[in-house]
Design a protein around this ligand. Structure first.
Ligand code: FRU
Length: 893
């Protein structure tokens, strides 16, 4: 709307007039343009566009074309020359554009109207002037305008024709100009040098007349020659001024016709019919009338100026009007917008009120729900609290009976060995495990206390070196027993730190127990104390299996255990340690590089214990919980059953809990030869012993039970051995994993000994069945395409024996070598699978083949003996008879 209101001026321009001006180098042309502009400004509906051709014909043609394309309503042309411009004008006429020719003419009559003075008459008036001022005789020079332009031609004709009537008046010389004085000056000067000065010079315009005067004056002939010009322009340098100044004798008024052309155009646009030829009046201006003319022109000029001023005022008012009307429109638009915005604002207020009401309802609901949740949480908290309190109380309850058990058993074990009669092992076992349970319960209670935040720290000034060494020393015996090198190193024995000794004792004990738990035999554990400006650092470094980096943070989480910790544990120890260290404003961190390294830092001094009662006396520390290492009860003597049959089956137990493995060994030794492995050498022991049954735990140091089972089942030497898994893992996944690894039986702890015994028996019985099957179908085994590893083994075994049957020197060693196992392993494997020794098996194969040959071939006995690898036919016959109860000879006949 704003844009359209600003564009009102343009839309009011109803008509467009195009004017092709020949040139604008002289004042006459400028006057013409000015007159056109002034006139068109009087007609608000007209828009005038002037194009200046610059005296170039081609340019004028192009500009006319442009006006045609712009579809001007009227075209005004002042042609440079007649002939070349004519076709362009015809083109405009053909396009339906009315064309007004001004000043110079074109060829023919194909235009709408012509405006201009009668140039013939101008010529004639000039001649008449000379006639009336001369006495019938005078020399005359004519200076013509540009050739090819109609005024030059017509002025000349009019001039000549009129002069012709007076015989004494002759044009003695004619100079061709181009309307500008420069074009004639040289010619005139040369001419005047050669002839007598003329009486008159008639120049076709005032500019060339001025040139003629300048030449005459240069030759001091200005008073002798009378010069007549054309145009009669008003103003300085104009023809009128020149007449006034006596430079020219006369000038013939040649009106520009600018105003008249616009008036004509306006009439045409109004649809009025106009005259084709609109001839403007001309007049001679000479010394007689020059002042009157001057006055008239002054007045005219004055009027013109007034009109221009009024026009300017009108323009200004129109502008003001336009601006004001634009402003009013703008205000209207803004008012409209304001109205719309107000409506929108009202709508929004209503909407917000509505949604506010909705929100309030929602809020009320949420508050109610929150209150419900709070109530529920409170109830839950109370119920949880009571559960935990119950659990805590129960845990406390456990302590008393356990303590009673421990003390009673301790008093029993204090009795002399003879009195205990072989039960000292069991009593020790009960004591140690009761203590372990007690320790676990204590950890659980500490955890609970930490969770509820009810732990009060009681720091005491402590010589850390002595304090820690004391604890380390408690592990010395364990270190010696397990061939672990235990080092303690402290630079400053006097170094003091404020610690709650009870708590820190538990922390150090826990970290050291862990180090022992994960450090293998012959490993080492180093404990050192270092200090820096702010802290006392205690470092525990072991050469155990280490901890993967991603688990550094996790191991302090009470609900998670390290992946390397395959041993069952409460998982609370490290969490409690961390909490205790943090209660001291200290830090605990772990790193791992060939083993684990725990670093505990305590801040020096006591400034960090605010509002806490501090004990300043460095008294000896008596730990409230004596250090009970989970000491396995290793008996003095291995239980060996001397009455056991040499041929009794062998059992290998792979179990890291020495107590359990010992108890099992003790019980199973009545029926089996029992071998033990703590898990670190389970596979090696199985290869070495090739037992009849393996009992294997799953959580073991080093390889897991799954891995051990899989490896044994995939090895030719041990693949046939039934494996019983004995584990604390009671979940479906572990069961499945064990079966996939090739386990035959899966028993979970705590287990019933009788069930284990029966499982062992049935495993052996199954193997017996298999053996029966193999021995009785051994020949089928030879041919059939068996999948089973044992059957494959038998197939390979039979094939090798077959190949070497003729060789009397073919030995068990050779056979074992070909099967890639040791002689003992081969012996044990064959014995296990077939129930006979390998050499027995080879001879049976020889004799079976001999029997077949005896029955089915024509070979004689000696030949058969050699064929089945006997070097002596006599020995063959004896062996044959021993085996089949019939001699080869008898069988043959
Ligand atoms: C101006 C002019 C006038 C002359 C007219 C003839 O350009 O030279 O002096 O009278 O043209 O067309």
């Amino acid at each position: 709307m704003i844009i359209s209101s600003c564009g009102n001026d343009v839309s009011e321009e109803e008509y467009k007039i195009g004017f092709s001006q020949a040139m604008t180098t002289d004042n006459w042309r400028r006057e013409m343009n000015k007159a056109m502009r002034v006139e068109s400004s009087m007609h608000p509906g007209l828009k005038l566009e002037i194009k200046d051709a610059g005296n170039h014909i081609a340019k004028q043609i192009t500009q006319i074309d442009e006006f045609i394309k712009e579809e001007v309503d009227v075209l005004i042309v002042s042609p440079i020359q007649s002939i070349p411009i004519t076709p362009a004008i015809e083109k405009a006429m053909n396009a339906g554009i009315p064309v007004i020719i001004i000043d110079r003419k074109i060829e023919g009559r194909n235009f709408t109207a012509y405006v201009g003075a009668d140039n013939m008459e101008i010529g004639r008036n000039a001649a008449k002037y000379i006639i009336s001022h001369s006495k019938g005789e005078a020399g005359i020079i004519e200076i013509t305008g540009q050739e090819g332009s109609s005024p030059a031609y017509e002025r000349s004709i009019g001039f000549k024709n009129t002069l012709d009537s007076v015989p004494g008046l002759k044009i003695s010389h004619s100079i061709k100009g181009d309307w500008e004085k420069a074009s004639i000056k040289d010619q005139l000067s040369t001419h005047l040098d050669s002839v007598e000065a003329p009486d008159y010079i008639f120049a076709h315009n005032d500019r060339m007349a001025m040139g003629a005067w300048e030449v005459a004056r240069s030759k001091s002939l200005e008073d002798e020659i009378s010069i007549i010009g054309v145009d009669g322009l008003f103003g300085p340098n104009g023809g009128i001024q020149m007449v006034k100044d006596g430079l020219l004798d006369a000038t013939l008024l040649y009106p520009t016709g600018g105003a008249e052309a616009i008036k004509l155009a306006e009439e045409l646009l109004r649809g009025e019919s106009v005259n084709k030829y609109n001839i403007l009046r001309t007049v001679v201006i000479d010394s007689v009338n020059v002042d009157i003319m001057q006055n008239q022109f002054d007045k005219l000029n004055q009027q013109q100026n007034d009109i221009e001023q009024q026009q300017a005022v009108i323009d200004e008012q129109i502008k003001t009007y336009n601006t004001q009307s634009d402003l009013i429109k703008l205000m209207l638009v803004l008012l409209g917008l304001l109205l719309l915005l107000s409506i929108w604002a009202i709508y929004l207020v209503v909407k917000i009120k509505k949604s506010k009401r909705k929100l309030e309802i929602k809020n009320q609901k949420i508050i109610t729900q929150r209150n419900q949740i709070e109530d529920f949480a409170e109830k839950l908290k109370i119920s949880n609290e009571s559960k935990i309190n119950f659990f805590t109380a129960l845990s406390h309850e456990f302590k008393t009976p356990l303590t009673l058990i421990t003390s009673s058993i301790e008093s029993i074990s204090d009795k002399s060995k003879s009195e205990l009669k072989g039960i000292s092992y069991e009593t020790n076992l009960i004591i140690n495990n009761s203590k372990r349970l007690l320790r676990l319960i204590n950890e659980l209670l500490d955890f609970r206390k930490l969770e509820s935040g009810s732990f009060n720290i009681k720091p005491a000034r402590t010589k850390i070196s002595a304090f820690l060494e004391n604890i380390v020393n408690d592990f010395r015996a364990e270190a010696v027993k397990r061939s672990i090198k235990l080092d303690f190193c402290s630079e400053n024995k006097e170094l003091e730190v404020y610690i709650d000794r009870d708590m820190v004792d538990k922390v150090f004990f826990n970290i050291l127990s862990n180090a022992f738990k994960f450090t293998p035999k012959n490993g080492n554990i180093k404990v050192s104390i270092q200090e820096d400006n702010e802290n006392v650092n205690i470092i525990f470094r072991d050469s155990g299996i280490g901890i993967p980096k991603e688990e550094f943070k996790r191991i302090f989480d009470p609900y998670k255990q390290g992946s390397n910790n395959v041993k069952p544990s409460s998982g609370l120890g490290l969490f409690i340690s961390k909490q205790f260290v943090e209660l001291h404003k200290g830090e605990i961190s772990v790193s791992s590089h060939q083993g684990a390294e725990f670093r505990i830092s305590f801040p020096k001094g006591k400034a960090h214990f605010k509002d806490v009662e501090i004990l300043e006396i460095d008294a000896d520390f008596q730990p409230s919980n004596f250090h009970q290492l989970s000491d396995p009860v290793v008996p003095q003597e291995e239980p060996i059953n001397k009455d056991l049959d040499e041929n009794a089956e062998t059992v290998l137990i792979i179990e890291d809990n020495t107590d359990l493995s010992y108890v099992l060994k003790k019980k199973l030794s009545t029926e089996y030869h029992v071998y033990l492995s703590d898990g670190t050498d389970g596979i090696e022991k199985a290869f070495e012993i090739v037992p009849d049954v393996i009992i294997c735990d799953l959580n073991l140091p080093g390889k897991t039970g799954f891995e051990i089972c899989r490896e044994l089942k995939n090895d030719l030497r041990t693949s046939h051995i039934p494996t019983i898994i004995l584990t604390a893992l009671d979940d479906k996944e572990s069961r499945l994993k064990a079966l996939k690894a090739g386990a035959d039986t899966y028993i979970t702890k705590p287990f019933n000994y009788e069930i284990l015994r029966e499982s062992l028996k049935s495993a052996l019985y199954n193997r017996e069945k298999l053996r029966y099957y193999y021995t009785n179908r051994i020949d089928e085994v030879r041919d059939e395409n068996f999948e089973n590893a044992e059957q494959n083994f038998l197939k390979d075994l039979n094939a090798i024996i077959d190949e070497n049957l003729r060789d009397p020197d073919f030995s068990v060693e050779e056979l074992a070598g070909k099967l890639n196992i040791s002689r003992v392993q081969l012996y044990r494997k064959v014995k296990a699978l077939l129930g006979v020794s390998i050499s027995e098996y080879i001879s049976t194969q020889r004799l079976n083949k001999a029997r077949n040959l005896l029955q089915q071939s024509d070979m004689n006995i000696s030949e058969i003996a050699y064929e089945v690898g006997y070097s002596s036919p006599g020995y063959f016959s004896t062996s044959f008879k021993n085996k089949f109860g019939i001699s080869p000879k008898q069988l043959k006949s």
